[in-house]
Design a protein around this ligand. Sequence first.
Ligand SMILES: NC(=O)c1ccc[n+]([C@@H]2O[C@H](COP(=O)([O-])OP(=O)(O)OC[C@H]3O[C@@H](n4cnc5c(N)ncnc54)[C@H](OP(=O)(O)O)[C@@H]3O)[C@@H](O)[C@H]2O)c1
Length: 301
Amino acid sequence: MHQMIRTTKEHDGPLMSRIVAGAWRMGDWNWSAQERLRWIEQCVELGVTTFDHADIYGDYTVEQLFGEALALAPGLRATIQLVTKCGICLTSPARPAHRVKHYDTSFEHIVRSVEQSLRLLHTERIELLLIHRPDALMDADVVAAAFTHLQLQGKVEHFGVSNFSPAQFELLASRFPLVTNQVELHPLHLAPLHDGTLDQCQQRRMQPMIWSPLAGGRLLTGDDAVAVRVRAALGAVGARHRVSVATVAFAWLLRHPSRPIPVAGSRRIEAMREAVTALDMSLDVQDWTEIWTAGSGHEVP
Ligand SMILES: NC(=O)c1ccc[n+]([C@@H]2O[C@H](COP(=O)([O-])OP(=O)(O)OC[C@H]3O[C@@H](n4cnc5c(N)ncnc54)[C@H](OP(=O)(O)O)[C@@H]3O)[C@@H](O)[C@H]2O)c1
């Protein structure tokens, strides 16, 4: 079993597993509560003990689906860590008051959203809460007040953000200690390597969480020219290391010195195992660059 890690040393960040399981797609799986429980338990058996949620996943249904499964095995909660998010407001039959998709980072919305997440997840506290997307109308003092309130009440232990630019991160971090930025990164989306996002993580000794590490499956099944080229590069590296294309994709992320924490989104335990296998390998700089080159479409300057 691989050791747990802290997302940041500076703020005594939350303990998380080195591969996190993402629950975003659980609403599409059409599983019974027992099948959902089995998936959670099998992830835990692999050492994937941290689970990533958001209030809006599955059109506001996934937290409840997960919570129902957890309720079947009350002892399980003590062995896992829960991450959830708030701040996006979808137009949905579940939220008839929303006229337009928008963001809300008001004190009331953040607190209400967390209280709802706690109810649905059948838990008294969440290890990590993220603001899901940068909000042009975000008042950093207001968000900090909401975070402080939730922390004092014991409802949330740690706080972070998702999809924030370095400047947006610095603004909120100037008011409240943040432990991570959850961003999209894979060989088909290289921007965080070059726009300061991962530099900031390294500067702060803060580990980013990485969403859609397989580009939502496009790395494995995409038939567009870039996906085909990247898959060939991942396959060539995989053949040398005798591991699968997916394992190489995870190893490519893990090679970055900011020590990313990938959030894997598969319903198949075998696919979660392919992610965990990547923790035991290390790509050399030429392996890594071969994949970067396939993604960017040109060699390094
Ligand atoms: N913060 C944000 O804004 C944000 C945005 C998006 C996602 N997220 C988080 O990130 C998590 C992961 O995102 P993701 O689900 O897009 O991750 P992903 O791991 O990149 O993609 C998962 C998808 O790829 C498919 N897949 C995996 N291995 C495959 C293989 N070998 N061959 C073919 N298809 C394969 C899976 O299908 P199978 O299930 O059939 O394997 C699933 O549909 C989410 O659950 C969520 O927690 C966060």
